[in-house]
Design a protein around this ligand. Structure first.
Ligand code: ZN
Length: 158
């Protein structure tokens, strides 16, 4: 079975490799009808979540029905992009798209859902990655179809 780590539920498969870091080797997701709104959002630098109109729960990853009550009365909205660091592991297995060890993180969005991602613009060490630290979303365009959301320490947060 292929290891699924980063952006797991969005269809990215991360596999260990033993070559030099090469960002072009970052495996990219393929939008599906269920996730198309999410990827259209990231291209506009929006982090889109879904909300159930029946039970008012907010959820991620994308799906056409509410995971809480199975209602299909759901809507898409743009999240704030604010999050906190919920947990992480530092992966020491070499990956062609990363230089050295990198953190595979779970962030808790301000709206509630948790998302697997990478934390950027910070050292990938336990000293720098503090649980519950405030984060904000940032976007990195990979190609004309895919822009990936990452998180970085919240700028100037106090
Ligand atoms: Zn619901």
């Amino acid at each position: 079975m292929t290891p699924q780590l980063v952006f797991d539920r969005l269809g990215v498969h991360v596999e260990a490799d033993h070559t030099m870091a090469d960002k072009s080797k970052l495996p990219l997701p393929i939008p599906t009808p269920e996730t198309a709104h999410f990827w259209e959002g990231t291209q506009q630098e929006q982090l889109r979540l879904q909300r159930c109109k029946s039970c008012d729960s907010t959820y991620f990853p994308p799906r056409p029905f509410c995971p809480g009550c199975a209602s299909r009365e759901v809507e898409v909205f743009a999240a704030s992009g604010k999050a906190t660091l919920y947990s992480y592991v530092i992966n020491h297995l070499p990956h062609p798209a990363f230089d050295g060890p990198y953190a595979i993180a779970v962030v808790e969005l301000e709206e509630g859902p948790r998302m697997m991602t990478n934390i950027v613009e910070v050292e990938q060490t336990p000293e720098a990655l503090i649980l519950d630290m405030p984060l904000e979303v940032t976007f990195q365009t990979q190609n004309e179809d895919i822009t990936l959301p990452y998180f970085r320490p919240a700028g100037g947060a106090s």
